[in-house]
Design a protein. Sequence first.
Length: 48
Amino acid sequence: MERLNVGRTKVYDLIRTRRLVSIKVDGCRRIPTDAVRAFITGQIGETA
């Protein structure tokens, strides 16, 4: 959430709509660093 500068609700929305990849570890959602980078790169590509 901090790296994307968005709230928890927005992060869950991005996960739900499959725009942001997440994995489940012991019942907790985790977002790999590579997934955050890929999301940011995709966002930059959309605006360019």
